[in-house]
Write a protein that binds this ligand. Structure first.
Ligand SMILES: NC(=O)c1ccc[n+]([C@@H]2O[C@H](COP(=O)([O-])OP(=O)(O)OC[C@H]3O[C@@H](n4cnc5c(N)ncnc54)[C@H](OP(=O)(O)O)[C@@H]3O)[C@@H](O)[C@H]2O)c1
Length: 290
C-alpha cells in the first residue's frame, strides 16, 4: 500500500496566501500545499469537511491545516472554527497549527533564547510592546514557566487588558501591567528586572541604551524588531547571546534562526498524528528540543 501524500491546507486570512509559509511547509516535509487566501470563519466548514471526509481515519495524519495571515485575531477565530467542525467522536479530525503573523513561532524562539541563560521560574521579566500579538505570547509563555512578568504598553488599560487575557490562560501566572509614557516610567518598569523583551512595532526604539545601562539587574535583552531603528539600542540585529555591556543580547535575526527551526518542526509534527492543536504552548514545547 502506497503511503498517502502529506497535504498541508494553508488557510490565510490575507488575500494572497503567504509565500513564506508555503516555502517553509515544503521544507518541513509537506508533499502538497493547498493554499487559500482571504479565508473567513464562515468559509471554514466546507474546507474542514473536505479534509476529514476524504481519507479514512487511519490516513488522516497525512492531512493537516496551517493557519496564517497577518491578522492574529482572525487567525484565532479560524482556529476555533476549524476545531468546531471536526468530528473527533468518529475519529474524523486532522491536526492544526496556528502561526498567524509568525507570532507563535517568534515568541517561542524569543523565550527559548532567554531560557538558555536564565531559569525562567526565577526570572523577573519586562515585555515592552507587550500588547501586540508577539508580546502577548511572550508574556503567556513566560507566565506559564513561572516568571514574574510585567506587561508594558503606552496605555495602562491596554496593558491591564493583556494581563487579564494572559492570566485567564495561565491562572498561576505572576503578572502585572505597566504604562510607559516617557523615561521615568521606563526606568520604573525596568526596576529589578533580569530579562527584557522588545516586542514593539517595527522601527521603534523601545529601550534606549541609557535606560538599559542604568538597570543593573538586567542579564538578558531580546529584541524582535528587525527594522531600523531597532527596538533595543546597542543590541545588534544579528546578536545571538552577545555580551553587550554585561547584558546578553539577542537581535531579531539572531532569534530568527531558531524561529525557522521551530516553524519547520511544528509543521513536521502535524503529520505525526491527526489530533494535534499547535498553539503557543505546544509550539514552545517543541522549541525546548533546540
Ligand atoms: N522575526 C519574525 O519572524 C517576526 C515575526 C513577527 C513579528 N516580528 C516582529 O516582532 C515585533 C512585534 O510584532 P507584533 O506584530 O506583535 O507588533 P505590533 O502589533 O506591530 O506592535 C506591538 C506593540 O507595539 C506598540 N507600539 C506600536 N507603535 C508604537 C510606537 N510608535 N511607540 C511605542 N510603542 C508602539 C503597541 O503597543 P501599545 O499601543 O499598547 O503601546 C503595539 O501593541 C515587530 O517588530 C515585528 O516586526 C518578527
Amino acid at each position: 500500500m502506497v503511503a498517502k501524500r502529506k497535504i498541508l491546507i494553508q488557510l490565510d486570512s490575507d488575500a494572497d496566501p503567504s509565500v513564506f509559509d508555503r516555502v517553509v511547509a515544503i521544507d518541513a516535509g509537506a508533499d502538497e500545499v493547498f493554499s487559500y487566501g482571504g479565508v473567513k470563519p464562515e468559509t471554514i466548514r466546507d474546507k474542514v469537511h473536505g479534509a476529514i471526509f476524504t481519507r479514512g481515519p487511519k490516513d488522516l495524519a497525512h492531512t493537516a491545516f496551517f493557519i496564517g495571515g497577518s491578522n492574529v485575531g482572525v487567525g484565532e477565530k479560524l482556529l476555533a472554527e476549524v476545531q468546531r467542525h471536526m468530528l473527533p467522536q468518529f475519529g474524523l479530525r486532522v491536526s492544526v497549527l496556528l502561526d498567524a503573523s509568525g507570532a507563535n513561532t517568534t515568541a517561542a524562539a524569543a523565550v527559548r533564547s532567554a531560557a538558555r541563560h536564565l531559569d525562567l521560574a526565577q526570572a523577573r521579566a519586562l515585555v515592552l510592546g507587550g500588547t501586540g500579538p508577539v508580546g502577548q505570547r511572550v508574556a503567556l509563555l513566560l507566565a506559564q514557566h513561572g516568571a514574574e512578568v510585567r506587561v508594558a504598553s503606552r496605555q495602562l488599560e491596554r496593558a491591564a487588558h493583556v494581563v487579564q487575557l494572559v492570566q485567564d490562560k495561565a491562572p498561576a501566572g505572576r503578572l502585572e501591567p505597566a504604562a510607559i509614557d516617557g523615561p521615568d516610567d521606563l526606568s520604573a518598569a525596568l526596576e529589578g528586572r533580569t530579562l527584557v523583551f522588545a516586542a514593539g512595532a517595527a522601527g521603534v526604539i523601545l529601550l534606549p541604551k541609557s535606560a538599559r545601562l542604568a538597570c543593573k539587574t538586567l542579564r538578558v535583552a531580546v529584541d524582535l524588531n528587525a527594522v531600523p531603528p531597532l527596538g533595543i539600542e546597542g543590541v545588534d540585529v544579528t546578536d545571538k547571546g552577545v555580551d553587550r555591556d554585561g547584558v546578553l543580547g539577542y537581535g531579531a535575526l539572531g532569534v530568527g534562526d531558531l524561529k525557522m527551526k521551530i516553524h519547520r518542526a511544528a509543521v513536521a509534527r502535524l503529520f505525526e498524528s491527526n489530533d494535534q492543536v499547535l498553539d503557543a504552548e505546544q509550539i514552545y514545547a517543541l522549541a525546548e528540543a533546540f
